[in-house]
Design a protein around this ligand. Structure first.
Ligand code: 7RM
Length: 656
């Protein structure tokens, strides 16, 4: 008898979403791309003649030596703009000085309410000063520098200073522990660290310097220096000969630093993501292609203009902070707003207050944040004037249609397009996304591929499947901002991304998805999380969306648990909205609700109410942990990315 749990079969799909939101006419009229026919022509060019398309876009950047070949592709190794030279920091700063010297580049607000604005001229000077400091410490092109900082302007300054001198930065989330720093130090071979005394989060000091000290405790002395930014002014011990203060170092440094030229394929940064095996993967991005990908997507996807006040709420420790707080917007000469702290400090309306006071026009955030705001109540945004907003965006997870509609109505006032952008640390920039002036949107889908992206849904053999059939999401052609390798582990790079469909030259994303009759992509979840219930393969996101559509539910995470008869049973972890009480009746009602909205096969066997779900710092639900909790196993593997370890203990305790 064939085992239903292993028989190959396509992922099934039954979520029906009929709402369509065409771009508002006044938005389209002013947009960079406002006519669907223009988009279609440009998209066609970008996939049929990528060399022509990308050469034209790349010409908008500043190159100090021209490239000879746009792409050299020895699958799975890509080189973009071969022979070309540039300086990434000069493209983000110097290039704008003539026209934008006095334009704000960064408007920052700290959690306690302090703030700072840096014009392009000022940011340029700060970056040059810090570049000179790093150079004086002996940092040379190719050297790795760890940045472990709060979300303050100096984080961007340090990143750009590394880029300016050709050093390779590796930003570590301020929320990560001393152990994570230790692992990343060892893997990257970094010899220098930039940190702060602390950062503010919910009124408390995040002890950044103390974590660095702990990470360096039994180190072999490979780290030669630590520069410490004074942010929170808490007492921190300084190790003589190793630790110095940012303000002392920069006080004497010259605000001029020549921007040297680097090869287009010179490494720009390593960003670690937690692999499923626990050993962090250092995703390697290089210069020309990455800058072009983020520049071009920021320009088109956010339809950026000079008078925008653009806010991407991500921390710089996440790829979204690299691509869409720092490199993409600054390469476009934009005004970037940054906020250091928590969304509910001092009150749950902090973000709406920020948008009102700073007249923010674009807000790009994560579904997890939106679901938290829904839980906290509509009165918080309702008390603020959000009329400055003209465009909204989401990233990080499939957005439940319910959360999309709330964002659209309560934040966007029904007038702002929403760009739901699908992409990965590995892709460097947006891959599947609406363009706000041309793409009709539907709640819950990232819609269509971006320029130059050849995305497809394939079965296990790599053959493209038809409309509405679930399968694996692959990218069939290289793109400029793609990762180049895993730092120090080329084999792992090949195995992880190119072994599944490698002989066809397809990049495997690890995501399951389907494409609807309009060619829109619906992400159904990570392939590793797909359930197999009595031979039916079900993605997690549709069941979760059905649960979140119930008026009592704030958030849901669905996982499988071993079941003798069905192969896997469906377990749903659910948090309820304010004013709702978990009960047996509610659990029964939710099971019924899922059965009625997407079918009996998806009906949860178990509903487990919880106060919170385990998430990464970037807000992704850690289903791997929930799977282990659901089946009563000990939790193994990497928990270093978990935002709040206490949640895990609570979940385990609440098992019966
Ligand atoms: C940018 C980022 C990547 C994974 C990716 C997906 C999921 C991200 C969306 C999404 C549905 C989206 N980088 N994901 N964006 N799923 N719709 N708009 O998140 O490396 O941290 O994660 O995130 O599973 O593979 S990441």
């Amino acid at each position: 008898m064939s085992n239903p749990a292993t028989a190959p079969q396509n992922i099934e799909s039954s979520l029906v979403e009929n709402r369509v939101f065409p771009p508002p006419a006044d938005f389209a009229a002013k947009a960079r791309l406002g006519h669907p026919a223009d988009f279609d022509a440009l998209y066609k060019l970008s996939v049929e003649h990528p060399d022509v398309f990308w050469a034209k876009e790349a010409a908008e950047l500043q190159w100090t030596a021209p490239w000879s070949t746009v792409l050299e592709w020895n699958a799975p190794f890509a080189k973009w703009f071969v022979g070309g030279q540039l300086n990434v920091a000069a493209n983000c700063l110097d290039r704008h000085l003539d026209a934008r010297r006095d334009k704000p580049a960064i408007i920052w607000e700290g959690e306690p309410g302090d703030g700072r604005t840096l014009t392009y001229g000022e940011l340029h000077a700060e970056v040059c000063r810090f570049a000179n400091v790093l150079k004086s410490k002996g940092i040379a092109p190719g050297d790795r520098v760890i940045l472990y900082l709060p979300l303050v302007p100096e984080a961007a300054v340090a990143m750009l200073a590394c880029a300016r001198i050709g050093a390779v930065h590796s930003v570590i989330f301020g929320g990560f522990s001393a152990d994570s720093i230790k692992d990343r130090l060892a893997d990257s071979g970094a010899k220098f660290i930039v940190t702060a005394d602390g950062g503010w989060r919910r009124g408390k000091v995040v002890p950044l310097k103390a974590n660095v000290d702990a990470a360096l405790k039994d180190s072999n002395g490979a780290v030669t220096g630590v520069i410490v930014l004074q942010r929170t002014k808490n007492e921190v011990p300084m190790t003589a000969g190793r630790d110095t203060w940012w303000h002392d170092e920069t006080a004497a440094a010259s605000p001029d630093a020549p921007a040297e030229s680097f090869d287009s394929e010179h490494p720009l940064f390593i960003l670690y993501t937690s692999g499923s095996t626990g050993k962090p993967k250092g995703i390697l991005h290089t210069s020309g292609g990455y800058l072009l990908g983020t520049y071009c997507s920021t320009k088109y996807v956010f339809d950026l203009r000079d008078d925008d006040i653009y806010w991407c709420t991500a921390d710089v420790g996440w790829i979204t902070g690299h691509s869409y707080v720092v490199y993409g917007p600054l390469a476009n000469g934009a005004t970037v707003f940054m906020y250091e702290g928590a969304p509910d400090t001092p009150a749950p309306d902090r973000w709406w207050d920020l948008i009102e006071r700073h007249r923010i026009t674009i807000c790009y955030t994560a579904p997890t944040a939106i679901r938290a705001f829904i839980k906290w109540g509509d009165q918080h945004p309702a008390g603020h004037d959000l009329s400055s907003l003209r465009l909204l965006g989401t990233v990080g997870e499939p957005i439940n249609p319910e959360a999309w509609m709330w964002f659209h109505e309560k934040i966007g006032g029904g007038r702002c397009p929403i760009v739901d952008t699908w992409w990965q640390t590995e892709t460097g920039g947006h891959m599947i996304t609406p363009l706000p002036g041309v793409t009709p949107t539907k709640p819950g889908t990232a819609t269509r591929p971006f320029f130059g992206v050849d995305a497809a849904i394939v079965d296990d053999a790599g053959a493209e499947v038809g409309p509405n059939v679930g399968g694996k999401l692959v990218i069939r052609k290289p793109w400029p901002s793609m990762l180049r390798s895993i730092w120090g582990d080329e084999d792992r790079y090949v195995k992880t991304y190119w072994s599944e469909f490698g002989e066809k030259g397809y990049y495997f994303t690890g995501d399951g998805a389907r494409r609807d009759a309009d060619g829109y992509f619906w992400i159904v979840g990570r392939i590793d999380d797909v359930l197999n219930v009595a031979g039916h393969r079900l993605g997690t996101s549709e069941i979760e969306s059905a649960l979140v559509a119930h008026p009592a539910v704030a958030e849901a995470a669905v996982v499988g648990k071993p079941d003798e008869i069905k192969g896997q049973g469906v377990v749903a972890f659910v948090t309820v909205k304010g004013g709702q009480t978990p009960s047996k009746e509610l659990a029964d009602a939710l099971k019924k609700h899922v059965g009625a909205s997407i079918g009996a096969i998806a009906r949860p066997d178990e509903i487990r109410f919880t106060d919170a779900l385990p998430k990464t710092r970037s807000g992704k639900i850690m289903r791997r942990l929930l799977k282990e909790v659901a089946s009563g196993q000990a939790v193994t593997g990497d928990t270093t990315t978990l935002e709040d370890l206490g949640i895990l203990a609570k979940l385990q305790a609440s098992e019966d």
